[in-house]
Design a protein around this ligand. Sequence first.
Ligand code: ZN
Length: 102
Amino acid sequence: MALGFLYTCSCGKRFKVYVPKQKLFRTITGGTVNWERIDELDEANGSVDEVKRQAERTESAFIDVRGGERLRCSACQSEVNLMSHFRTVMMRLSHPRTAVRR
Ligand SMILES: [Zn+2]
């Protein structure tokens, strides 16, 4: 399955974001896993399109992070770096008791 993350802007607008696994996990696992290959498979078997369809179903704007990590909200013009945001979320989920290092 491709990863589709929900990002809700401070103005309430919702985005469904496709994130290649190599972007998220490479820093954690180092070179031991061939994430490029896994992403290629996800992209080839249509699971990125599935994320796109989820976006339509949930009335979220579909964003492909391969097109750029910075998102400018179309409703309120505020900007966020999606990868920093999701990495922070991941770190909190996997290490709830340790401080997030930047
Ligand atoms: Zn906004």
